[in-house]
Design a protein around this ligand. Sequence first.
Ligand SMILES: Cc1cc2nc3c(=O)[nH]c(=O)nc-3n(C[C@H](O)[C@H](O)[C@H](O)COP(=O)(O)OP(=O)(O)OC[C@H]3O[C@@H](n4cnc5c(N)ncnc54)[C@H](O)[C@@H]3O)c2cc1C
Length: 598
Amino acid sequence: METNTQTKRVLKGGEFLIKETSFANIRTKDELSEEQKMFGQTAEDFISSRVAPNIQRIDKQDPELVIQILKESAELGLLGAAVPEEFGGMGVDLITDTVINEEIGKGHAWAAAFAAHTGIGTLPILYFGTEEQKQKYLPGLAAGDIKAAYCLTEPGSGSDALGARTKAVLTEDGKYYVLNGQKMWITNGGFADIFTVFAKIDGEKFTAFIVDAKSEGISLGSEEEKLGIKGSSTRQVFFNNVKVPVENVLGVIGKGHKIAFNVLNIGRYKLGVLCLGGSKKACSTAINYANERIQFNVPISSFGAIKHKLAEMAVKIYAAESATYRIAGSIDEMIQNLAAKGTDKVQAKLIAAEEYSIECAILKVFGSEVLDYVVDEAVQVFGGTGFSEEYPVARAYRDSRINRIFEGTNEINRLLSVSMLVKKAMRGELDLITPAMAVQKELMSVPDFGGDSSDDFFAAEKKALKNAKKAILMTAGAAVQKFMQDLEKQQEIIMNISDMLIELYASESILLRTEKLLNTLGEEACALQIDMTRTYISDSLERINLSGKHAITAFNDGDTLRIMLMGLKRFTKYEAFDTIAARRRVADKLIEENKYCF
Ligand SMILES: Cc1cc2nc3c(=O)[nH]c(=O)nc-3n(C[C@H](O)[C@H](O)[C@H](O)COP(=O)(O)OP(=O)(O)OC[C@H]3O[C@@H](n4cnc5c(N)ncnc54)[C@H](O)[C@@H]3O)c2cc1C
């Protein structure tokens, strides 16, 4: 493995498993430019002034209001932030887009409408449209004059998206495709002006089409009655002999899967970002309530059990934020490098998002599960009032749940994170074999029981995470050796390996961020970030150990099992750290600030 280096060398996608990197090579939320902060402030002010006061009305299904607020967000440049300037947008980089979307993530059902429009609604045309298609649609999309939706899912094909049955047949005069079929769960379905529809030409060639929502033959189902994001329009869309001009084919005929999957890469990243914003909001709401609610003559925030909850929310959010900006930084860096070599910026973004598709899948899972944890604990902090619709956390709890389901369920994203890694290795893009063999050799050697004599502040944590990589390489390597091509049938094992990967990425991101902060501000100024980092890593290594144990035990026995379990224990070792005291210190700061404050 490479040693730390101060020269800027951003890891490629998936390389975090086999290489070390320096804090100098990552981006963090702590180093935003004034302009980026200003964008964040604009989005924050907009959500608190326009969305929050209207959320009850929005949740009672008021599409006119949702549209009006979308239009207002466009006037501030938010709706078209990521659309290039030549098409009427602001052309911001991914970090800036992230800062904006974090704030949008506090906007409940309205955020779902915004995200579907700017993400899966707009990106297919931005990435895959012809120049004419871009000129025709993007300025209107950025201005909020055209609203967009994305029609992939069908009653019979959700996760198995390529199993779609919607059919397209070319008319005899060669001018139109005629679409027949049914799409389901379409966000913004009730008011969208255009749909990106995936259909199979002649029942075979999976292809995307831009379809005018007013086309003859399109009809909509009624609004779905949902568990959460109630104000977001979700409908079925029926296509009955809908004529679509041939010039509305999007991308290459038969290559619709490229559009569907590539749009999902960046969509997953953005979903992680939205979840981060939602998590911060729910955490602040819980802190605020815990400070106000008196029981046994004291605020409930003074109880250790409540402090634990508040601090653990913050620890997880800090980890999610560290991972988020690390990924955004990697993608932005690659875009800049490609653009410097002459690649068109939009294409560069597409290439970069694909390069970091493993990290995007990881963030989708991690971000949505952190949000679910936070809203669940927020309800608990609220006690009975948490169960009442009169208080804000019930909505947060309901709205959170969808994030583990759309943009690829978390199971599908877990499976993908591992299969994409294995595929990269098979294509020769990522050398997993050499480090995996080195770990096998190390397993048979005498263990190094020594601590780390280095005077590096985070020497113990760095050693622990370097070893955690070995634990994953050992587990994954053995699983690949054992099952070969049949590994994909061992889903429980893949889930465990994926959980280990997610934990590693989060742990390393939090460590690198705090190390960067430490180098800038000094130990005293970031003592609580150090506490959060050590707390996360300490618990994370336990979780990595447990996942590894489940996996290894499923396909080994006798001496091999014993040796591997011993190796796992060795590779997930970390010095004892008092997480209770650390969480108390973190909680005390949250309580003092009366909000999430890191
Ligand atoms: C509110 C809402 C908004 C949505 N918006 C849109 C939209 O705008 N456009 C759009 O096209 N779609 C949209 N969707 C659809 C969404 O993307 C799908 O619901 C999702 O992809 C899952 O598909 P499914 O519901 O058919 O579940 P299924 O695919 O039937 O999955 C059911 C369960 O089985 C698991 N599973 C499935 N396959 C596997 C496998 N191979 N291995 C292991 N486990 C598996 C899943 O993880 C899940 O737990 C939306 C859905 C909802 C609920």
